[in-house]
Design a protein. Structure first.
Ligand SMILES: [Zn+2]
Length: 252
């Protein structure tokens, strides 16, 4: 039998002798072996179809840091290689089937308090129920507010850290890229997991009588001092002390 490059050799997406069908069957066997696994299974050719799933994927694609690696992730996730994916608060753990099964972890920072409060204030009155929220049934301006780069609900590259057990030394290997798209597919089915992942309460976005979100629905002007905490990144001097957080959260 001739020698073929291993799948881990990063110049090759798939060795020629392994068809997509074979790879998919292998991934299915792996998923069955894992028992309680939550494989990423796409319903059609698209990775995501709903507001939340699409918004997650579009957020990834807006960052040039990721541009080279993401197309391979699309190929991988479409072929059923993400054989397990679980989203918890601050962490996504996944298993990706290549020539071996690799462990992938994506850590995502919580949304900083000030940023979340600003999102909720700007969206106050726009979403009436949990069903509307999860089904993405709200106005275009509300969608745009939730998706705003840096000030919306979706993570910046500085808010995500990745690891994979494969030998590819690149910061984002194709297994990680597949998992990032797998998260988008999972949010299609269970959008509430975005709130779990980012450690915020989805109820804060829903309009209630006597809601604590009583401020006017206008974009807030942010003071420079609060930018660091809002974005969760150090903007100026790295050693500058952060302002102490308020003693209470979420109006409790
Ligand atoms: Zn990898």
């Amino acid at each position: 039998m001739p020698r073929y490059p291993r799948v881990e050799d990063d110049d090759y997406d798939w060795p020629q002798y392994v068809s997509v069908g074979e790879r998919r069957r292998k991934a299915e066997r792996e998923a069955a072996r894992l028992g309680e696994a939550s494989p990423v299974v796409l319903k059609g050719s698209r990775i995501a179809n709903t507001f939340w799933g699409k918004a997650w994927c579009e957020n990834l694609e807006r960052y040039s840091d990721y541009a080279n690696r993401l197309p391979r992730g699309r190929t991988y996730v479409r072929s059923g290689c993400v054989v397990d994916l679980k989203i918890r608060s601050g962490t996504v753990k996944a298993l990706v089937s290549g020539s071996r099964v690799y462990d992938v972890e994506v850590k995502v920072s919580p949304i900083p308090n000030l940023r979340w409060k600003a999102v909720c204030q700007d969206c106050a009155g726009a979403i009436d129920s949990l069903v509307e929220l999860l089904e993405g049934r709200f106005s275009k301006p509300t969608m745009e507010r939730l998706c705003q780069e840096k000030t919306g609900m979706f993570p910046l590259p500085t808010e995500m850290k990745f690891s994979c057990s494969c030998p590819d030394s690149a910061r984002m290997c194709k297994h990680i890229a597949a998992v990032l798209y797998g998260i988008g597919a999972r949010l299609d089915e269970k959008p509430q997991l975005l709130f779990t992942l980012r450690n915020v309460d989805q109820q804060d976005l829903i309009t209630k009588a006597g809601s604590r979100l009583t401020k006017p629905k206008t974009a807030r002007l942010l003071e420079t001092d609060s930018l660091s905490e809002l974005f969760g990144i150090d903007i100026a001097e790295p050693k500058r002390r952060r302002k102490p957080r308020p003693a209470t959260r979420k109006g409790s």
